[in-house]
Write a protein that binds this ligand. Structure first.
Ligand code: FES
Length: 103
């Protein structure tokens, strides 16, 4: 198991989302809050590696390269033939810090 300090909770609460490459995970991670819940996903689209974006108050994640949309469970919602989900990560809050966990 790998655990990495990602950002402070107070910084995340002031941001729409925070994206960061994590060397140890070999992945770029996006973290955002929706309806008081924290979501931690890979921000590399499983289609062809485009950037996964989250817009404030949006109900889905979007990859602008070819327009695929993903729900917050990581499932593609606008192309029923695309079955690969966004990678999901666990997290842990300690004090004011969010740690991302790769199992
Ligand atoms: S690379 Fe994301 S939709 Fe194609």
């Amino acid at each position: 198991m790998l655990k990495k300090n990602f950002c402070s909770l107070s910084k995340l609460e002031k941001s729409t989302s925070i994206r960061k490459w994590i060397n140890e995970f070999k992945d770029e991670i996006i973290v955002f809050i929706k309806n008081k819940k924290i979501y931690v996903k890979s921000s590399i689209c499983p289609h062809f590696g485009g950037p996964i974006l989250y817009k404030s108050n949006s109900d889905y994640l979007l990859c602008p390269w070819h327009g695929l949309e993903f729900d917050f469970n990581g499932k593609c919602t606008n192309d029923k033939n695309f079955k690969v989900c966004l990678k999901n990560y666990d997290y842990e809050i300690k004090g004011n810090n969010i740690y991302i966990i790769k199992k």
